[in-house]
Ligand binder design. Structure first.
Ligand SMILES: [Zn+2]
Length: 257
């Protein structure tokens, strides 16, 4: 069997792999830059997900399994792990650990790809008013809001890929804030006509872009990606407000059909 050579990884590829896991081991809570006696040190290694030079028994264990890139030195097959987790992952190789790490890496690749779309999808500045309003207004949740939306819409539009917890969150957001957000948009329209329509189109457009980029992307992944984008676009002002706004647009049918 031919021996694959470990390729020297460039500084930028390494930075990218480090950033991809946010500087924390994806298998445990270890921070990847350690501190020993006030001196920083590198507490990670770059692991090959599918082994670079698998032993016969490893080939057997991993046969028929997905490999993220036929070039085993490609970024897709590499991930930062703390030293302990790297050692555990390699010795002994198990199918369960392989599948687990492979799925984590697939999520990381997906998230990196979604980030590349952030810059392309704009959103009108008026959205900040809604974000601030949701984040700072004192709402009275004891006063029952008169429903002027159909609470069945969410159930009808979501499929089994959305988790129960996420569905519950969307329901709760719509129940508590739908009318508030609607009224706020109306106020904005009276100051600047067309605001609601423009923002609705921008939301829809980003949703379609995510769908087009990966037809296998499920509803939960789309929901999370929409929030991440809106939160980033609104300068990380309030993640919760972004969640409420995205829930609003699910109820309003711009997201999911
Ligand atoms: Zn670890």
């Amino acid at each position: 069997m031919k021996n694959n050579n470990r390729k020297n990884i460039s500084k930028y590829d390494e930075l990218q792999l480090f950033a991809e896991v946010d500087g924390v081991c994806p298998n445990c809570p270890t921070i990847l830059i350690g501190d020993k006696g006030g001196k920083k040190r590198k507490d990670y290694e770059i692991a090959h997900i599918y082994p670079l030079n698998p032993k016969a028994e490893e080939i057997e264990i991993l046969k028929n399994q997905e490999i993220l890139n036929s070039d085993l030195n490609h970024q897709d097959n590499l991930i930062c792990l703390c030293l302990k987790c790297h050692n555990e992952f390699d010795n002994p190789r198990t199918l369960e650990e392989y599948i687990n790490l492979l799925n984590k890496k697939k999520d990381l690749i997906r998230l990196s790809k979604e980030k590349s779309y952030w810059i392309n999808s704009n959103i009108e500045n008026e959205i900040f008013e809604i974000i601030d309003f949701l984040a700072n207004e004192d709402f009275d949740f004891n006063e029952p809001d008169i429903l002027n939306y159909n609470p069945k819409t969410i159930d009808e539009k979501t499929d089994s890929t959305i988790t129960k917890l996420t569905k519950r969150k969307i329901h709760k957001n719509v129940q508590d804030y739908f009318n508030q957000v609607k009224n706020k948009f109306r106020d904005l329209d009276s100051l600047q006509p067309g605001t609601t329509e423009t923002i609705s189109i921008q939301i829809k457009q980003h949703y379609l872009l995510l769908r087009k980029s990966d037809s296998k992307k499920n509803q939960k992944e789309i929901f999370d990606a929409m929030i991440e984008w809106l939160n980033k676009r609104t300068k990380n002002k309030s993640y919760e407000s972004s969640e409420i706004i995205i829930s609003y647009f699910i109820q309003n049918c711009e997201i999911f059909e």
